[in-house]
Design a protein around this ligand. Sequence first.
Ligand SMILES: [Mn+2]
Length: 341
Amino acid sequence: MIPKKELEKVRNALEKSENPLFFFDDDPDGLASYLLLKKYINKGKGIVIKNTPSLSSIYIRKIREQSPDIVFVLDKPDIDQEFIDQAKKPTVWIDHHPIIQKQGLFLHINPRLKKPNTNPPTSYLCYKIAKNKNMWIAAVGIVGDWQIPKFLNSFLKKYPDLAIKTKNPEELLYKTPIGHLARFFSFILKGKTSEVRKSVSILSKIDSPYELLNKETPRARYLYKKFDKVNKEYNNLLKGVKAKGKEKLLVFTYPSIKTSFTGDLANELLYKYPKKVILIAREKSGEMRLSLRSKAKRIDTILKKALQDVDGYGGGHEHACGGSIKIYDFTKFIKNLRKLI
Ligand SMILES: [Mn+2]
């Protein structure tokens, strides 16, 4: 996947660093990637990048504040060229999204450079870089990215009560403690930036999955309080979803005051209703921000057609897409979709 020599280069750079700065994606895979590298050297600072798929040049101020000797960008699909140019720091990009070439990177670690269709989670790559330490954190990130850890067998030997033997990632995600932890990682990243920063810092000190799951320490109990609050909000939303038996398209919308759960909801509803096309949309500044999911249908092509005569944009993978539609065109968009599926 990634040649050992490449992984070694990253490891060396990490070990040599006195003050690394980590930017990571705001999902379980991104968070797990950060925790694995941070725990490996016990140095540096982590910054979660919310809302935008690209690491934008506004984060240059973080470079000024922290003056790192090296920058790691984890699980972000893109980095603005401006960011790399202005940061003037050795930048290591570790990711598994489709390749975008950038100038001036110190290292670009992405399995797709060699094999365009391979897709191991970033947390798996970081687990290898961190010499297979903290297997449970890697497992949380991988399961959170809808994949089965390659090391599931050894994981089960060490933590027999936290997972099951299966080939279906959804079973791990929705039926086991390791899946619960993936949700935990996702929800702990929601809410105010200052609180998220504190939670992430506390999480980086947690020693084992059991410390967290059994709420063994005050710090674990603190994190659970944060999680429970978000989880309650999520479950209330989920309760409001009404699925009609015959309809092929399940539409669920919610207002902007709530936390963004669009991706989490879409995934869980797809698990509950595998035959339906799932559309979750959240109102935000005059637009409907949406997630579209389907198991059976190629929705990227359907989405493209449904967008033709409406004010909006979107795209993504064959079975999972995102996008945004102006509110005044949302009904028309739904009508288009219903015709196409
Ligand atoms: Mn990922």
